[in-house]
Design a protein around this ligand. Structure first.
Ligand SMILES: [Zn+2]
Length: 441
């Protein structure tokens, strides 16, 4: 009896050891790849220094990565004395991700490389919002992307509006398309045989900003997307926080005005009833129609054609009505931003989407109100920005989980800063000026 037990013990020990060795190897391999990815060009000695792995381990791991065509030798570095080291770099086009972003009017897909550069870009207008039609459109785009891929595919990343169980890859509920408990990952995996990651659209934007955004990143940030709807993505410690029920960042229905306007959710005075792009425009149009002498009226040939850019221009030129609208929008957003800053103590909040057209004036309005709504020390340490993201951001956010979970690539924050222009060229290449419609449903 004892003998058998001992034998079993030995067998499981050796299996465990083997598994541990494999795990360690996998861990080292991801660590080395991630470090090369973050530093751009680096020598084996530099890798050993940064990763605290031995030179021998680094050499072994690098050989494997070169064999997988993920890493290449790119030339010689320089040293004051001794042998010049060979520099290593990640092969940016070694793999591709089939990224798909579903909005209320189109399904857009692209092949994205390891640096977030779009290699091929496809899109389909949705003929209807019927759930089956949308799914069929996604299928045909997936087939087309797989066909067009000229590098090994890491997998498929897809985002859509709605409540997404990211662990199961299920769309719990997407009202627009009538989807309830749609097993999107399972369906796409069955069709393609590839790993699939499903995410909510606002959550994806936060990941895009974290992974590929210009400038020095921070591992903690919130991206608030304000369009027809309002949602936020929360990245904490470099990882998306989706919430226990996958609804983290569903801030559109926080009540910001007691006894305010009735919302489609049934409550009154929700953030969306004050700050959504449609509500801002509705108020601006009413003002323009009511006062033919106003700048708002003169800027818009037809009140119905009034845009958020017109509202910003009118306010800039001194139109009191336009200024009041932006101030009210800023106040409502500040109520929510104050909560986020106080609960999470994040240092960076990016407000994006259609309201980015209101620019600096909206930022000032949010910050003015924020100063009275949260602990000054917390507010002072928080950067609030109002800016448009690249129209490619939803696709980059869809691709990001594949890079992180399949290859271990993520942003390290302790690197020396790169010149901003170089970062933009490397990560946002191929993008053009913003058109809100391109990325904002
Ligand atoms: Zn509501």
């Amino acid at each position: 009896m004892n003998n058998i037990n001992t034998m079993q013990q030995n067998t499981s020990d050796s299996l465990l050891e083997k598994a541990t060795r494999q795990h360690t190897k996998g861990h080292n391999s991801r660590l080395v790849l991630r470090t090369i990815y973050e530093y751009g060009e680096i020598s084996r000695a530099g890798l050993a220094r940064l990763t605290h792995l031995t030179r021998a381990t680094v050499s072994e791991v690098v050989s494997d990565l070169i064999e997988l065509h993920l890493v290449e030798e790119v030339g010689q570095g320089s040293v004051a004395v001794g042998r010049t080291p060979t520099l290593l770099s990640v092969v940016d086009d070694a793999r591709q991700v089939a990224a798909i972003s579903v909005t209320n009017d189109q399904v857009r897909g692209a092949l994205v490389n390891l640096r977030g550069v779009l290699r091929r870009d496809f899109s389909r207008t949705l003929p209807s919002l019927d759930g089956d039609t949308v799914l069929a459109t996604i299928y045909s785009l997936v087939d087309e992307l797989i066909q067009a891929a000229d590098r090994p595919l890491l997998g498929i990343g897809i985002n859509t509006p709605g409540l997404i169980d990211t662990a199961a890859g299920t769309v719990v509920r997407a009202v627009t398309f009538g989807w309830v408990d749609l097993p999107l990952r399972a369906l796409l995996q069955e069709r393609s045989g590839l790993p699939v990651y499903v995410a909510n659209d606002s959550h994806s934007l936060a990941l895009a900003e974290y992974m590929f955004g210009p400038g020095q990143g921070t591992p903690n940030l919130v991206v608030i997307k304000v369009g027809l709807g309002i949602g936020a993505g929360i990245v904490i410690g470099g990882h998306l926080y989706a919430g226990e029920g996958y609804g983290a960042g569903e801030i559109g229905h926080l009540v910001v005005e007691e006894g305010g306007e009735r919302c489609k959710c049934g409550n009154q005075g929700c953030l969306e009833t004050v700050a959504s792009s449609a509500m801002i425009l509705r108020r601006a149009r009413a003002l323009a129609e009511a006062d033919p002498a106003s700048l708002l009226h003169r800027l818009a040939v037809d009140a119905a054609a009034l845009t958020l850019a017109d509202v910003a221009a009118a306010a800039e030129a001194g139109d009191e009505g336009a200024r009041r609208i932006i101030a009210a929008t800023g106040r409502a957003l500040a109520v929510v931003v104050a909560s986020l800053v106080s609960v999470l103590n994040v240092r960076r909040i990016l407000i994006t989407g259609r309201v980015a057209a209101l620019g600096e004036q909206l930022r000032v309005a949010v910050c003015d109100e924020l100063a009275h709504r949260a602990l000054p020390a917390l507010v002072q340490g928080t950067a609030v920005e109002v800016a448009a993201m690249s129209p490619d951001a939803p696709l980059l956010g869809a691709a990001a989980p594949l890079l992180t979970y399949e290859l271990g690539l993520e942003r390290l924050m302790q690197r020396p800063p790169l010149p901003r222009a170089a970062v933009e060229q490397a990560t946002w290449a191929g993008t053009s000026a913003l058109t809100a419609k391109d990325y904002d449903a």
